[in-house]
Design a protein around this ligand. Structure first.
Ligand SMILES: CC(C)(COP(=O)(O)OP(=O)(O)OC[C@H]1O[C@@H](n2cnc3c(N)ncnc32)[C@H](O)[C@@H]1OP(=O)(O)O)[C@@H](O)C(=O)NCCC(=O)NCCS
Length: 149
C-alpha cells in the first residue's frame, strides 16, 4: 500500500469509522462498537496521522477537565509503517499538541507481553510504574507507565 503524506490530520468525525476499522484489524484487543459509541468526545482526544484520505495511525487519549494528566488509551500505526520511525514522529507531535492543551503527564497501561510497544514507550521516555496482574478480561497482565512532558 502506498500511503503518501506524513502529518497530523485535523480531527473530523468522518475519520472515526476508519479508526474503528484500524482498531479492529490491527489491535490485539479491539474495542467493540458500544465502547466507541459510548465515548464522550468532550473528554477524549483523537490524534490522527496520515492524510485525510488515508489514515496511517491514531492515538486516543482521555483527558479529564482540570487534570494535567492524559490517559493514553490506544496508539497504533499501520503494520507496514512500524519500524519506520513514523510512530515516534507522530507521538512527538501529539505530545506537542497535548502540551499546548496544558497536559504535563501521560500515563498508560500496556499488555505485559507487548514487548514492541513497551520498548517504544521506553524510548519515548516512559517509566515503568507497576505491574497489574489480571488487568485484562482474559487474565492478561498489564504494566502501567508514565512520562512527564
Ligand atoms: C506501538 C507502536 C505504535 C510502536 O511503533 P513502531 O513503529 O512499531 O515502533 P518502533 O519501530 O520504534 O519499535 C519499538 C522498538 O521495538 C523493537 N521491536 C521491533 N519489533 C519487535 C518485536 N517483534 N518484538 C519486540 N521488540 C520489537 C524495535 O526494534 C524498537 O526498538 P529499537 O528502536 O531499540 O530497535 C506500533 O508497534 C503499533 O501500532 N502496534 C500495534 C498497536 C499496539 O500494540 N499499540 C500499543 C498499545 S496501546
Amino acid at each position: 500500500m502506498n500511503i503518501t503524506g506524513n502529518s497530523f490530520v485535523p480531527f473530523d468525525f468522518v475519520h472515526v469509522e476508519e479508526v474503528i476499522r484500524l482498531d479492529r484489524e490491527y489491535f490485539y484487543r479491539p474495542w467493540n462498537t458500544g465502547q466507541w459509541v459510548d465515548l464522550d468526545w468532550n473528554i477524549h482526544f483523537l490524534a490522527l496521522w496520515g492524510t485525510p484520505d488515508k489514515l496511517k495511525g491514531f492515538g486516543l487519549f482521555s483527558i479529564v477537565p482540570g487534570d494535567e494528566a492524559a490517559h493514553l488509551l490506544k496508539l497504533l500505526v499501520r503494520p507496514e509503517l512500524q519500524g519506520s520511525g513514523e510512530a515516534k514522529q507522530f507521538f512527538d507531535q501529539t505530545c506537542g499538541v497535548l502540551k499546548d492543551k496544558g497536559i504535563g503527564r501521560i500515563f498508560l497501561e500496556v499488555e505485559k507481553s507487548n514487548t514492541r510497544a513497551i520498548k517504544f514507550y521506553e524510548k519515548a521516555g516512559f517509566k515503568l510504574l507497576r505491574l497489574i496482574k489480571n488487568f485484562y478480561s482474559d487474565g492478561g497482565d498489564a504494566l502501567t507507565m508514565d512520562v512527564v512532558l
